[in-house]
Ligand binder design. Sequence first.
Ligand code: EAX
Length: 336
Amino acid sequence: MLKKIAFLLPALIFALLISGCEQDKNKATTKAGAGVALKLATVTAMDHTYNQGAVRYAELVKERSNGRIEISIHPNGQIASGERELLEAIPKGTVDLYVGSTGPVGGFSPSMGILDLPFIFRDYAHVDKVLDGPIGRQLLDDLDKANLKGLAFWENGFRNLTNSKRIIKLPADAKGLKIRTMENKVHIAAWKAIGVIPVPLSFGVLYGDLQKKTIDGEENPVDVIYSTKFYEVQKYLSLTQHVYSPALIIISPKVWQALSKEDQAMMLKAAQEVAPYQRKLGRDSEEKHIAELAAKGMTVTKDINKKVWYRIMEGAMGEFIQSFGKDKVEAIINTK
Ligand code: EAX
């Protein structure tokens, strides 16, 4: 009997080794048996640029993994109605990939909040230089400490004010209105300084609250206003562009660690490749969507004196600039 085992032992060890290698080689495969099925979640409509970018991303990842990695897209808050809730769902394993704004991310990774400072970005070219450079890289790396794996910066866009009450051109015109903000301390302070009543709310309840008129207005990029049909519940659009709203594609660290090095590199590269494509979608459609919002009955105010809004909002940023680091804020402003 012992002789038989002694004889079989090398074969057994060899079989185990092979299966171990097999496991390593197809690490991604083991996670979901025949292939890897990953859930990507957003809170916006399928025709919003987050999901259009996600479709391109899923195609690239499937192609470059020879069909092993399949990403299903869950828009419209199917998995959770707000972005903070989606971020909280990542460690729970119900969300594998998040595409959404950085709005609530400052609550998880404080350094990301520096991007929420009003008027810190001059234009889209400035945005690209900062987010695709060492400053952006550092902010993505900082997400590791929050148990989130940042892959790349995609885009939400410059935010604008909408409301159901009146034309707003100057900050004084907005005084006393109840304006929904993202769950974001910097934004809340900026709007308080303008003299509105900021109401931080999850995105999932926003349309309903505007319809019920429990709030008077909100602020979002044109593509969100258009794709979420806010023109049905808001009459006035002021192109304040008071703050730039970056977006992120984030992967669950658990999923990331279960991937082979090759698959990690492939998924990171694909996310970086889709970034300029996704950003361009929103930038190219902005003017067209503004015209369509007007055609759908919104009164659009374009000639906004941004300096006036900047001066008031800037006045409330002292403590935040301190906490983010004056040198870091200047590094962004001075990026050419
Ligand atoms: O990221 O919450 C917001 O207003 C965001 O702009 C929206 O969720 C898209």
